[in-house]
Design a protein around this ligand. Structure first.
Ligand code: SAH
Length: 242
C-alpha cells in the first residue's frame, strides 16, 4: 500500500481535505495510508520545545536539527522511501515528479514552520527540498497536502478506469484543451460545432491544436521546453539504429 508519512507540528490538520472526495474514498478503501506524526513527540525538555532563535540573529524561530532528526529517525524505515522537505527553496514540483512519487512506496514529508529548519538536518538526513511555487506559505502542511493530492489521484484504482490523467495538463508538456458540457447554448455561447460532430479524428485534431495554442500563449516556458525536447529526440545523435 502507498503510504505517506508526515512530520508536522500540526498532525490534527491531516487528513483534512485529503479525507474528502477522490482522495478520501481512496484513503478509506485502503489504496493509500496517511501517517501524520507530531514532531513535538521528539522534544526532550519539559516544555516540549522544538524551535529556537536563529544563529546570527534575525526574526522568527528555526526548527532544531536534533529534534527533527530524532523525529525522522523514529519513523520505521521503508526501502526506497523518498524523504522530502516542503520548502520554498526547493525544486518546483512538476507532474513528472508527482508521477515518480506515485510510482514509489510513498514519501516521508517534513513540514516546516516558522522560519524553516536548521540546515544541518537537511544535509544529515538528505532531505530533498520540494517547492509548490514561488510564494511563501506559513507552513509545509498545505504544501504537503497539495503534493499528496496530486500523487494520490494517480494511484491505480483512484480515478477509475477512465483514462483521465493521460490527456491532462502537463501530461505531455501541454496545457489541456477547453472543456464543454451541457447546455448547448450558455448566455449566447455555443459549444464548438466540431465537438458535437461525432467525428473523433477531427475532435482529436481540434483538441490538440487548442492545447498547443493555449500552451504557446500562456506558458511560453512549457512550450519552449517541449520544443527543445522534441529537437533533441529528433536529432541524429539520439536516434537508435535498427
Ligand atoms: N524563511 C523561509 C520560509 C519559511 S515558511 C524562506 O524564506 O525560505 C515556513 C515553512 O512553510 C517552510 O519551512 C516550508 O515547509 C513551508 N513552505 C512555505 N512556502 C512553501 C512553498 N512555496 N513550497 C513548499 N513549502 C513551503
Amino acid at each position: 500500500m502507498w503510504r505517506a508519512t508526515l512530520l508536522t507540528l500540526f498532525p490534527e490538520m491531516f487528513p483534512g481535505p485529503l479525507g474528502i472526495s477522490l482522495a478520501g474514498r481512496a484513503l478509506s478503501s485502503g489504496i493509500w495510508a496517511l501517517d501524520a506524526r507530531d514532531i513535538r513527540d521528539a522534544a526532550i525538555d519539559k516544555h516540549r520545545s522544538v524551535d529556537d532563535t536563529p544563529a546570527g540573529g534575525g526574526p522568527g524561530m528555526v526548527l532544531r536539527a536534533d529534534i527533527l532528526a530524532s523525529a525522522i529517525d523514529a519513523v520505521p524505515r521503508v526501502p526506497r522511501q523518498p524523504r522530502l522537505l516542503m520548502s520554498p527553496r526547493g525544486r518546483p514540483l512538476t507532474q513528472s515528479r508527482v508521477a515518480d512519487l506515485a510510482a514509489g512506496p510513498g514519501p516521508l514529508i517534513v513540514c516546516g514552520r516558522f522560519e524553516g529548519v536548521d540546515q544541518r538536518v537537511i544535509e544529515a538526513r538528505q532531505l530533498e527540498e520540494v517547492s509548490i511555487g514561488d510564494y511563501v506559505l506559513s507552513g509545509g502542511e498545505i504544501a504537503a497536502m497539495a503534493l499528496l493530492d496530486a500523487c494520490v489521484r494517480l494511484l491505480p484504482g483512484v480515478m477509475g478506469k477512465l483514462s483521465s490523467g493521460t490527456d491532462e495538463s502537463f501530461s505531455d508538456g501541454l496545457l489541456e484543451y477547453p472543456q464543454y458540457t451541457r447546455p448547448q447554448a450558455f448566455e449566447g455561447r455555443e459549444i464548438p460545432d466540431i465537438l458535437t460532430s461525432g467525428n473523433h479524428a477531427r475532435i482529436e485534431a481540434w483538441r490538440r491544436a487548442e492545447a498547443e495554442a493555449l500552451t504557446q500563449a500562456r506558458r511560453p516556458d512549457l512550450w519552449a521546453a517541449r520544443t527543445a525536447e522534441n529537437d533533441v529526440s529528433r536529432s541524429p545523435k539520439n536516434t537508435t539504429k535498427g
